[in-house]
Every structure is written in C-alpha cells, then in structure tokens.
Design a protein around this ligand. Sequence first.
Ligand SMILES: *Cc1c(COP(=O)(O)O)cnc(C)c1O
Length: 391
Amino acid sequence: MPNNPFKLPYGRQSIDEADIEAVVSVLRDDWVTQGPRVAAFERSVAAKVGARHGVAVSSGTAALHSACHAAGLKEGCEAIVPALTFAATAAAVRLTGAEVRFADIDPETLCLSPESAEAALTGGSRAILPVDFAGQPCRWKALSDLASARSLVTIADAAHSLGGEYEGRPVGSLADMSCFSFHPVKAITTAEGGMTVTDSELYRAELLKLRGHGIVRDPAQFLESAKASEVWDYEIQAVGLNYRISDIQCALGISQLRKLDDYIARRGELAALYSATLANSDLLNLPKVACGRKSAWHIYVVRLNLEALSVSRAHIFEELRAQGLGVQVHYKPLHLHPYYRRRYSLKRGDFPNAEAFYGSAITLPLFPAMADQDVLDVCQIVNDVLHSYRR
Ligand SMILES: *Cc1c(COP(=O)(O)O)cnc(C)c1O
C-alpha cells in the first residue's frame, strides 16, 4: 500500500488478477458503457441477495436517491432516518424535496430503534430508511411490522451489510428496496458504484427512469401511442439524471461478487479474532451482534471506557494514527451537523444513544486481506496505548 499513509487503513479493496483481467477485457471490447455487463451484474447481485430486480447506478448515494424517488418521496412528505449514519442516507431524502425525521439507535446493536422510529412518525411519514450499521442487519421484523401498520415504504441503506443475514434471510430481501454501495471500503467494489434491489416491477421502472433521463424506449410502455415506423422514437416521461454505471465497473463487480462469500467469511474471522483478543480489556467495549443476525462486518468499532482513562478519545485516536493505524470515527450523528441542526432546530441531547456512541467510538482496521498477525498487532498497539492512560 505505497500510497496509503497508514500501515493498516480502516478498510480497503481486495483486487486480484481475475479482477484485472475482467476489467482489461472490457477495454478491448465494443462496449465500455451501456453494454451487456451492466445487466449481467444486476442479475448476479439480485440473485445473490434473493431479490427479483437490480438497478445498478453510479454510486450508493445515487441508489439511495433513486429509491427515495421511486418510493414517491417529494415535497410535503417525510422519511425516518437514524441519526447515526453517513451523510448520504439523509441527503437521499432531501434531494427529493421530502423532509428528514431523525430517530435514535438501539445502544447495543447501533441500528435504528423501531420504538424511536415509531415515535418519530407523523401523518406525513411515507418511508423509513434503516441503516444496517457496521454490517449488522437491523431488527427487520419489528421495522417491517411498523411499516405495514403505517403504510411506509422500507428502504434499506445496506451500504454496510451486503452479505449479511437476518433470521436466515439475506440482506437485500428484507426491505421494499435495498441499496448497496460498491465504494472500495465496502464488501465488494466497482471503484464507484451502487445498486438498488427490489421485487417490485413498478419500483424498477421508476429507478430506471431516474437513472436515464426519464427516457422510456419500450413502445409497450409508452404513455402516448407511437407510430410503428418511427423506430428511433422514445418518450421522456419524467425528469431524470445520468446515474449510469459503466461496463468497465460492472465487469469488476461481477468478478468481485464471486468472492463475496470468501470476503464476508474472512471479515467474520478477523472480527472474531479482535473480539477474542480484546475480550479481557476493561478499557474497551466491543461490538455485539444480536442473536439471529449475521453481520457482514463492514467495520469493527470499539467504544472506549473514557471514565477509566485519563485522556480524551481524540488523544487516543491521534496516538493510534501516529502508530500507523488508519483508525476512523463512524459517524458524527447527522443532527449535530450544521445543515440538519439548523434546518430542524436540533440540539445536543436530542438523540442520546447516537451521541453516547459517537462520544467514545473508534473504528479499527478491518479488510479481508489482513493477516491474523495484523489483527494481533493492532490489538497490541491499542492495549499498550490504553494502558498507558489508565486512570
Ligand atoms: C458508503 C455509504 C453510502 C454511500 O455510498 P457511496 O457509494 O459512497 O455513494 C451510503 N450510506 C452508508 C451508510 C454508507 O456507508
């Protein structure tokens, strides 16, 4: 990793010769974009996660925005978003004109609390966007029950959880629409890219329209009768964007998907090794996976026991970075950022579980190419730094 400033970044892609060959072969081919590999990648991901359709787009953010649009979110509607998530979950809602209603997380699993989500609902609520934080699926049974009782569309932000399972069902088959990201730190990569999967033909049609300028080419789907002779004709049925992904990226995605099970298994092994090695530390709280759920282990987040330490989280963080560990913090809750704080008059204290987590969290390096010894080295550094600041 010559260009990375850290010996061990918090996450990174795994690229092998088969991936390189797959990408290079597209460059020798006629289609570098809008060719056959996009549809092939969509079919492979959808089949893998137990969904009927997949619509691949240029990023996970584009997938979330497309899903919010397909769900009919618009000005005058609201959608529930956990306070603890990446910027994109809430931005996807706002980009449709709808308003965000934040809800708190469950303190153990760090996923959207169904009770907090229910309390945040209003008459204008149309959708709910649970985030499978760190790779652990949310309490989907409770969330689905809530959604059906209140006629809400469920849009899973599954950017962390491709390869995860809830009660034996794969992530991707649990919500009305599920959105994946293929950024290099995620489970599989297309460099940049994303996908929404769904069982609904209706949502699929809307996702495709937003991806491609609102254009419909199939005469059977035309709103106004087409002249059979005008073979070039198409209809613009809505305002859309260019959210397309290229064949170059999808060729990489197809090759990466073949290794998804191995990647997830390796992530699970490394996480288990972290947990076993750090289990005896009273200076740390380790991540917990609730029963009935298989985490995809996107990130391994520990929480510092700050009461037993003589320095701040920031101090520990900087020392770990100085020792070559590319630690991170995921995430500062969205309601503490100026845009949302000001727009919705939010303040510190509004979502105590998300804030308490944020106050002590540090993400340790975790990616499939790590060796067992890398994990042991990280644990050694973490333990040494923490013990030097024991109160
Ligand atoms: C990565 C991520 C996204 C956005 O994905 P991009 O492909 O980077 O646009 C959305 N939500 C969460 C929780 C993420 O981690």
